[in-house]
Design a protein around this ligand. Sequence first.
Ligand code: MN
Length: 177
Amino acid sequence: MTAGSLKEYRKKRDFSKAPRYVIQKHDASHLHYDLRLQIGGVLKSWAVPKGPSCNPRQRRLAVETEDHPVSYADFEGVIPQDAYGGGTVMVWDTGTFKSANDESLSKQYDDGKLEIDIRGKKLRGKYVLVKTRGKSDWLLIKMKDRYADARRNPVSTEPDSARSGKSLEAIAGEASG
Ligand code: MN
């Protein structure tokens, strides 16, 4: 193994042990994107109405919601309309993430500022989640790195599931038989 490939291998291994990252596209009363990050044994969760941006100049509101169990990261299907979160759920993006600085994820979360490095199928690179004055309001912002790209907009150009390739309509249709 050359020094270069060993470095690549270590980089991949770091991410293979990394905590889960998922964004679930959720067609509930309003279509939104649920960003979930595995921190402290649960999925910390934020509802992002407009979805993530790859443009560092765009700040996206991310409203913190209930923690979810880690197993929920793989859920794709339909939640009955009368239940909490009723509507169609798609695994829009999936992968892993890690802290983008020297602080632990739990410490950063408690401090209300999370700098993370995402390794998903659609999103890559560094993002910051920063808590605002509101009780549950955070902002999701792309940090400047080689993955920042103001022209790229995967929310509109890559609308389908990163897990199954299905559209929201296909997932909803399957559930209704
Ligand atoms: Mn939701």
